[in-house]
Design a protein around this ligand. Structure first.
Ligand SMILES: Nc1ncnc2c1ncn2[C@@H]1O[C@H](COP(=O)(O)OP(=O)(O)OP(=O)(O)O)[C@@H](O)[C@H]1O
Ligand SMILES: [Mg+2]
Length: 356
């Protein structure tokens, strides 16, 4: 399925501002972005619950932009369980089949099979209010897959669940999707959830697509400062390009406030271009002072799996370094003088005046 140049305005607000995205059959794509970035609006346009201001929606090669929702054959699961309280679990799951005129015996057979798929065989006779949150969400999933939709749309289906159950369900849904081979568009504002579940993640900000890519690609090679800051943690430092660079080339950068470092140009840079470099905390190396980039440790935060060190470079510049437990067992203390370094290929330089 795909959306092409999708725009949705609500009065003066462009909730979705020219988004194009293709999802391959059997692919799991997550729409990730902060609150208000347009995720739900895109899903609603795909589902047919909202019509776009302009642009197209395509499913199975067919233009469905103006097709009514019930003609699109899509499965939907939302944040809040939208089960019918007056029906049993089995009746809930069979409901979409009933709407499609499937005979009773066949409905029952398929509802039971869907229940088995979500590992709730034996729960068919229960009332929905006799189920836990996670069970209800699995029933909602069973109801969405029972008629074998072409595409499954999910809008924050796990956000009402506690952390442990949520992490369990993330893997469960992902495995189920792989097993069924269904195409999924999954909305979340949780980057870990998106990275755990999706083949590709589409990052949105203010209704615009910032980058689409595999989780590793987004994390290792963010295309914009927004993506660098939204996915994982990043140190940003301002500076200027020492020499011109084409995208992908490594160049020296003079940091505002002093210090010269290397970084990979993301944008085309002219000599003297004002830029921002982004470097991940786990890529920052600390060493005893030896004439490198001098800093003072401000704080060492021990958190079991890793220790975060906050170093002051002077001129109101702070850099976070993360040391994984078991890798560097040296104990660092606040107030120590240190040298900071990173490999030039681990720092990315964005032109400061770029859009996004
Ligand atoms: N029916 C509507 N009328 C007016 N404005 C709307 C409507 N629906 C959404 N918006 C606006 O469009 C923008 C995008 O909203 P949307 O619900 O798509 O965001 P979202 O990314 O799903 O956010 P969240 O993570 O909070 O669910 C927001 O600024 C929102 O206020
Ligand atoms: Mg939303």
């Amino acid at each position: 399925m795909a959306v092409h140049d999708l725009v949705k305005r609500f009065g003066p607000v462009a909730a979705v501002d020219g988004v194009s995205l293709s999802v391959a059959p059997g692919e799991f794509v997550a729409l990730l972005g902060p609150s208000g970035s347009g995720k739900t609006t895109i899903l609603m346009a795909i589902a047919g619950f909202e019509y776009p201001t302009s642009g197209r929606v395509e499913i199975g090669g067919e233009d469905v932009t103006w097709a009514p929702a019930n003609k699109r054959n899509l499965g939907m699961v939302f944040q809040r369980y939208t089960l019918f309280p007056h029906m049993t679990v089995a009746e809930n799951i069979a409901f979409p089949l009933k709407m499609r005129g499937v005979a009773k015996a066949e409905r029952e057979r398929r509802a039971l099979a869907a229940l088995e798929t979500v590992r709730l065989g034996g729960y068919g006779g229960r009332r929905t209010n006799q189920l836990s949150g996670g069970q209800q969400q699995r029933i909602a999933l069973a109801r969405a897959i029972v008629y074998q939709p072409r595409v499954l749309l999910m809008d924050e289906p796990l956000s009402a669940l506690d952390k442990n159950l949520r992490e369990e369900m993330q893997l469960e849904i992902k495995h189920l999707q792989q097993q069924l081979g269904v195409t999924v568009v999954f909305v979340t504002h949780d980057q870990t959830e998106a990275m755990t579940m999706a083949d590709r993640v589409a990052v949105l900000d203010h209704g615009r697509l910032q980058q689409v890519g595999a989780p590793r690609e987004l994390y290792e090679t963010p295309a914009t400062p927004f993506v660098a800051g939204f996915i994982g943690e990043t140190n940003f430092l301002a500076g200027r390009a020492v020499a011109a660079a084409a995208p992908g080339e490594i160049r020296a950068v003079d940091l505002d406030g002093g210090g010269r470092v290397g970084a990979v140009a993301v944008d085309r840079l002219a000599a003297g271009t004002a830029l921002r470099i982004a470097v991940r905390p786990e890529r920052v190396r600390l060493a005893p002072p030896a004439g490198g980039m001098a800093a003072t440790l401000v704080e060492a935060i021990y958190a079991g799996v890793a220790t975060t060190l906050i170093a002051d470079l002077g001129s109101e510049r702070r850099v976070r370094a993360r040391l994984a437990a078991g890798v560097d067992e040296r104990q660092w203390a606040a107030g120590e003088a240190v040298d900071l370094a990173w490999r030039p290929e681990d720092a990315r330089a964005f032109a400061a005046d770029r859009a996004g």
